[in-house]
Ligand binder design. Structure first.
Ligand SMILES: *Cc1c(COP(=O)(O)O)cnc(C)c1O
Length: 352
């Protein structure tokens, strides 16, 4: 079962706090574009009407944005739903699916629901071991997952490594490239994946409006792939899987790239804030291409989580994420980050 971040209201009550910061679910601390609010208000006059089942307008907007054809785009109720569409379509008992470990938990959850085997390949220093993943592929393999950048480590596979991998994966095995944090990435050698779609018809890229666009509440994400794959996935897609409000909000959000750039810049500043503090405290961390950072506190993650909770800070314990002595912190506003750093400093100083 997927374990979500602890809700703010629950923590306020339980610990009798008025001020609680949640940096546990990689949400955008700067909210969403102002243009989105207007688009949503406008859409409120149409609540009695079903959404466009084909999500034509948002798919057109995305097609233009990426220089792809509309038939190469499928919308999901969050990219989580595309994960489900993929396992629904391609997996059944007797088949298997290859993924890293630790990685985003929804892959395995959905593979297991279909009765297929999840083949988990340990990360090396927080990065996908593509050689070992290739070695796990056999006649029964249908889907391979690459979370890039990887959640929860924040690390990435570069262009060269990815292309070498795609060259060698059998053409009848689907490669899922989950790029939920794509818009945050800084690294110059991070893959430019869209042009790869033309070369690899067995590739699907997943992106979302939940992270940098700040629309997690509305549940809207998408897949980019060959027309053939999109067509197959459409057979299992619910007809009205994205709402009118979500579609309208996504169109407005996509148009406001200035907001995206601003969030990316502030996020980079926030990461620097954390890195400086970690270095001062002598803590190991994984350099991140995302809006979160995984840091090793050399103490049980659950204990660190509890101690921070008592100070009104919700992070994610590494224990449930496969990094038992770590916590994963979402980058917040400069002020929130400063509070977290102060709390961490106390915690590290009192560490038994
Ligand atoms: C957050 C996240 C998603 C899911 O996002 P949706 O809200 O379902 O669009 C997918 N993959 C990774 C790696 C994530 O961290």
């Amino acid at each position: 079962i997927y374990q979500p971040g602890k809700p703010i209201e629950e923590v306020k009550k339980e610990y009798n706090l008025t001020d609680v910061i949640k940096l546990a679910s990689n949400e955008n601390p700067f909210g969403s574009s102002k243009a989105v609010r207007e688009a949503i208000l406008e859409e409120c006059s149409n609540l009695a009407i079903y959404p466009d089942g084909g999500a034509i307008s948002i798919r057109q907007a995305l097609a233009e944005h990426y220089g792809l054809s509309m038939e190469q785009i499928i919308m999901g109720n969050g990219s989580d739903e595309i994960v489900q569409q993929i396992t629904r379509t391609y997996l059944e008992p007797g088949t298997n699916s290859v993924m890293a470990s630790p990685t985003f938990s929804m892959y395995k959850i959905n593979v297991v629901i279909e009765g297929a085997e999840a083949r988990e390949v340990p990360l090396i220093d927080g990065v996908h071991d593509l050689e070992a993943m290739l070695a796990q592929i056999d006649e029964q393999t249908r889907v391979v997952w690459i979370c890039n950048p990887n959640n929860p480590s924040g690390t990435y596979v570069n262009q060269k490594e990815l292309e070498r991998f795609l060259e060698r994966v059998p053409k009848d095995v689907l490669v899922v490239l989950d790029e939920a944090y794509y818009e945050y990435v800084e690294a110059a050698d991070y893959p430019e994946s869209i042009p790869l779609l033309a070369k690899y018809p067995n590739l699907i890229i997943l992106r979302t409006f939940s992270k940098i666009y700040g629309l997690a509440a509305l549940r809207i994400g998408y897949g980019l792939a060959s027309k053939a794959i999109v067509n197959q996935l459409n057979h299992v897609r619910e007809p009205f899987n994205t709402s009118r409000v979500a579609q309208a909000a996504a169109i407005a959000a996509l148009k406001d790239q200035a907001f995206v750039e601003e969030c990316k810049r502030k996020n980079r500043e926030g990461l620097k804030q954390y890195y400086a503090a970690f270095e001062r405290l002598g803590l190991f961390y994984y350099p991140s291409q995302t809006n979160f950072v995984l840091v090793d506190l050399k103490m049980p993650g659950n204990e660190a989580f509890e101690q921070l909770l008592r100070q009104g800070i919700i992070v994610r314990s590494g224990e449930a994420l496969g990094f038992p002595t770590c916590i994963r912190i979402t980058v917040g506003t400069a002020e929130q980050n400063e509070k977290v750093i102060q709390a961490l400093t106390k915690l590290v100083q009192n560490r038994s």
